[in-house]
Design a protein around this ligand. Sequence first.
Ligand code: 0GY
Length: 303
Amino acid sequence: MTAQNLPFHPAPSKPRTALPAGACDAHCHVFGPAARFAFAPERTYTPVDAPKETLFALHRLLGIERSVLVQASCHGTDNAAMLDAIAASDGRYRGVAMVKEDVTQDELKRLHEGGVRGVRFNFVTHLGKDADMDAVRRIADRIAPLGWHAVVHFDANRLETLAPQLKALPLTLVIDHMGRVDASQGTDQPAFQMLLELMEDARFWVKVCGAERISRAGPPFADAVPFAKMLVERFSDRVLWGTDWPHPNIKKNMPDDGALVDLLPEIAPDAANLKRLLVDNPTRLYWPEQMVEGQPKELARQG
Ligand code: 0GY
């Protein structure tokens, strides 16, 4: 039996913060429902059912119009639940898949048509075996010509070993959750300094979400803000943000997603940077066909 995850917040608050038109939650998940989309037998945890309808309602509450669904290890390389949600989103959701090393060209094409624009690799102890680097290289060679990127999720203590290997890959790379540094160690800590150095390579992007994962102080996770703020200030055109709903493997202090949105004015106090973080950057990476002369085409606010 794998450990059962805690339920997500039962009643997230409506944020005080009004988000810009076209705001994108670039990191969240749909899980199950298990009766329709079974979890992977090799999973290291069992999530709560987190169906697309609940996610769509959450996004409406938060003022989020677009989203990137990220495949999580509990569904393994079966991307069906994610593809089902994207198909129901009227083009407003895209995805990042997990694939087997021997994924066929036809399967990659099917995923692309289903809205997938990247592949995720995990190097996180509590999620089981690390992605195999030879397999990562082979998959990267196959997805780079599609214009896809790799999303890399790692524990902070892996960064030193991983950095040179990631730099050698032939595509854009997106780092999850600020490299999962420990916020209590401050922004001068070696792992965060390494992350900043890696970000000097223009092929790297970073998600400034996961405040609740890197925080050691607990809600409202203010100790995570200086890390996110520094990343946004320095790399404003290569940062993404997401809720991480339904927050797999959070063991205590389940976040209120509305309160996570209300950290955004602290993370990106400058309105132009906030728009880059929530609108322009995700558009460039996930909806590049909507870019005109370096700017997203006007995004009509959905009703
Ligand atoms: C996240 C974080 C976690 C889980 C996974 O693939 C996954 O199962 O990414 C975690 O346990 O920290 O981004 O959802």
